[in-house]
Design a protein around this ligand. Structure first.
Ligand code: BGC
Length: 778
């Protein structure tokens, strides 16, 4: 078989064959041979992992795109192109034989976007990403990343939104609506419970049906119901003993029967996977096997011929593929320009980072006035700025505005001595690191970004000189993470000894001269703060804020923009405060782990598992229910102004919903935006409940001093339900519900109560745990 021979094509001239249209899917399906159908269900990878695999041979349609679906030219079925995601279009920035470049806008990472709590703004980011997807001749962006921040050590948390499924679902739905409004598609990923990177392709995530439904699936459910994603990506891992990719309960019973999902499911990028038959993936409701290997096509054909796979299952999936294809830019022959509007998109990324960056501490030093003219910039990431994460979530932007440049653009000079030292040091450290790294540690490359060069230790004398020359200091603490690796507590969650020392030395010297010090956290994920946060005057969590990041930070430092970002995950005092840390595998050295598992030999000796003993008590659901102290609570974020919440009005809206209204007033002296967060405390009933759960939120417009805005939020009664495993149903128990409204989960400004009748909704009995769990109880 060669690259472009349609398997089993009939000897008819193309003129006689039906050519795919939106209104002749039945006819095209009927005209397809079994071989063509099988081919359409398998991605068009060209050379996947060196297998020499050629199915459709479409992989090079857009250099650097992650994959394609296969073309069947006989029937007018084009290949479609799938690109990573989620923080922008990830394709090769350069191509052989041309000087033209193919950079894409790097938008803020997921955690930063979610921290805007601004769904309208996230939709605008989605629109820009959808536009770039289409302009670069791609059809689907492989995002949003929707896994929960179960634990702060997950290496891919930066791509995901929150520890809370409601925030996740709402932000994802906004992103999806934005992308799809442009006529491009998304792939909401990774479905489901893909909460760790260690052994991610085989780990068994063991959890209760309740935790699955209420937490890990709920965000996807909201996104499916509210934004109709074209595609969903099934995760690598197992859920309760079954691979997601072949999990009929997950992909059909829950996704389609319970939620009414209409799009396609594709696999994550594994090809043939040990321990799972291709035909069981097709049967489970997996419509597109990525990136695609010829043997998978053969397996499907053989499966049907031997009666192990029903033709009806194949036809069902093929029909869904055709329904997907007719929506795509490729099908519509969209004339891609390969020239997105970077200027317009830069403005959107800058604004979204403005609203996603979180002010964690401010003793009044910020915003800076015009007296701050020169700043001493410490920390390598002030110069080697992290605009995004690594792995498939890394985007190649045309430029990155680092902190140095951002300050300069705002008219603030940086210490020339420090700039010179760091700009010489970083290339040297990078080269040294690469030369000295263990050859087997392939993951410690620039691309994987897991390297951290030692921070420069400055003598007291050198720091004193900076104090004399500068009006203030900034210390940037950077952390990189990405696909394939989880984070280490000592070196990644915590500060390194030299970083801590730098904070102490710089603050001591600058404070002695009455000059302020700001710490900027340039990390995709949560870090430890309690042991050092008393030293600086202000702390800004800038996340990885995209390619305009330096400008966005400078906007906040100078008060051009008032911070309005709020954390979408709890910042614990110690990593071990999260109950899931006790069995979080990220603490094992990855190299040892891989050796142990014989990874890479193709003979996986078994698989690991992760018990979700904390059950539904993830994030603030745990910390608030068990009354544990935290560093920064869920929903927290400071502003340069103050807000007052009125007494809320909470009333029934028909019989299926509750309406919450609250007036937010800017009581300070500068304009700003505030987020009203509605936490609901359920009455004591049959089911154990967390102390409170976020059920609605809304952000004000920019309010001038003294100005008010009334925010009205609707909560469907079904969203107040807990999952009742005994009855396989959603259950909102009758009783008095307390609506607690405030500016974080620990800053409740006003409450109101409402009596509600019982509500139930039967769903499938799916994903029952195979192993015994040791669930945490209140
Ligand atoms: C990642 C996905 C990504 C895919 C294609 C996988 O390894 O888990 O998130 O979309 O690769 O690059």
């Amino acid at each position: 078989m060669t690259a472009n021979t349609p398997l089993g094509a009939r000897a008819a001239s193309p003129a006689e064959e039906p050519q795919l249209r939106a209104d002749n899917i039945d006819e095209v399906l009927k005209a397809m041979t079994l071989e063509e159908k099988a081919k359409l269900l398998v991605g068009g990878a060209n050379n996947f992992f060196g297998t020499g695999a050629v199915v459709g041979g479409e992989a090079d349609l857009v250099a650097g795109a992650a994959g394609t679906s296969s073309a069947i030219p006989r029937l007018g079925i084009p290949a479609t192109v799938l690109t990573d995601g989620p923080a922008g279009v990830r394709i090769d920035p350069t191509r052989k034989g041309t000087d033209k470049t193919y950079y894409a806008t790097a938008f803020p990472i997921g955690s930063c976007l979610a921290s805007t709590w601004n769904t309208e703004l996230v939709s605008r980011v989605g629109e820009a990403i959808g536009n770039e997807t289409k302009e670069y001749r791609c059809d689907v962006i492989l995002g949003p990343g929707m896994n929960l921040h179960r634990n702060p050590l997950c290496g891919r948390n930066f791509e995901y939104y929150s520890e809370d499924p409601f925030v996740t679902g709402k932000i994802a739905a906004a992103y999806i609506r934005g992308v799809q409004s442009q006529g491009a598609g998304v792939s909401a990923k990774h479905f489901a419970v893909n909460s760790q990177e260690t052994d991610r392709t085989s780990v068994d995530e063991r959890l209760s049906q309740r935790a699955a439904r209420e937490l890990y699936l709920r965000g996807f459910e909201i996104a499916v119901r509210e934004s109709d994603p074209w595609t969903i990506m099934a995760s690598y891992n197992q859920v309760n003993g079954q691979y997601s990719m072949g999990n009929h309960d997950l992909l059909t019973k829950i996704l389609r029967d319970d939620w009414g999902y209409r799009g396609i499911v594709m696999t994550d990028w594994i090809g043939i996977r040990k321990g799972l038959e291709t035909i069981s993936e097709v049967h489970a409701g997996n419509d597109l096997l990525e990136p695609g290997q010829p043997a998978q096509v053969e397996e499907i054909i053989r499966g049907v011929k031997e009666g192990k796979l029903q033709m009806a299952d194949v036809d069902r999936n093929v029909r869904r593929m055709l329904e997907y294809i007719v929506k795509t830019p490729s099908f519509h022959k969209y004339p891609a320009s390969n020239a997105p509007d970077f200027k317009a998109h830069a403005a959107i990324t800058r604004q979204s980072a403005n609203e996603g960056i979180v002010l964690l501490k401010n003793n009044g030093t910020l915003p800076w006035n015009s007296q701050i003219k020169t700043v001493a910039l410490f920390g390598q990431n002030s110069y080697d700025f992290l605009s995004g994460g690594t792995g498939s979530g890394c985007v190649h932007p045309p430029y990155v505005v680092d902190l140095l440049q951002g300050l300069k653009n705002a008219g603030i000079e940086s210490s020339a001595t420090l700039t010179d030292i760091y700009q010489k040091y970083i290339p040297f450290a990078r080269a040294k690191f690469q030369a000295e790294r263990h050859p087997a540690k392939w993951f410690q490359t620039e691309a994987m970004g897991q390297q951290k060069y030692p921070e420069i230790s400055f003598s007291q004398i050198a720091i004193k000189k900076e104090v004399n020359d500068a009006d203030a200091a900034i210390i940037t603490i950077g952390r990189q993470a990405g696909e394939g690796l989880d984070r280490d507590i000592d070196t990644e969650f915590c500060l390194l000894p030299e970083e801590r020392q730098m904070i102490i030395d710089v603050t001591t010297a600058f404070h002695a001269a009455g000059k302020p010090v700001i710490v900027v956290i340039n990390s995709g994920s949560v870090i430890e703060t309690v042991s050092w946060r008393d030293y600086p005057d202000a702390i800004i969590c800038a996340w990885q804020p995209g390619m305009e990041g330096g400008n966005s930070i400078a906007d906040l430092l100078t008060g051009r923009v008032n911070p309005s970002g709020k954390l979408t995950m709890t910042w614990p005092i110690a990593a071990a405060d999260h109950p899931s840390t006790k069995d979080y595998p990220g603490q094992l050295d990855f190299y040892t782990y891989r050796e142990m598992k014989n990874w890479g030999s193709g003979e996986i000796a078994g698989y690991t598992y992760t018990n979700h003993d904390e059950d539904i008590y993830v994030g603030y659901r745990y910390f608030d229910t068990f009354d544990r102290e935290v560093a920064y609570p869920f929903g927290f974020g400071l502003s340069y102004t103050t807000f007052q919440f009125s007494k809320p009005v909470v009333k029934a809206k028909g019989k299926d919903a509750v309406e919450v209204s609250i007036t937010v007033k800017n009581t300070g002296s500068v304009s700003g935006k505030e987020v009203a967060q509605v936490y609901v405390q359920a009455p004591k009933g049959r089911l154990e409940k967390p102390a409170q759960e976020l059920k609605a939120f809304a952000k004000t417009r920019e309010l001038q001093p003294g100005e008010s805005q009334t925010l009205t939020m609707t909560i469907p009664v079904r969203m107040l339900a807990s999952f009742d495993e005994a009855g396989s149903q959603w259950l909102t128990e009758a009783g008095t519900y307390t609506f607690r409204i405030g500016a974080s989960s620990r800053d409740i400004a006003a409450t109101a109560q409402l009596k509600l009748p019982e509500y139930t909704e039967k769903v499938s009995n799916a994903l029952a745990p195979q192993a015994k769990l040791n669930l945490l109880k209140q």
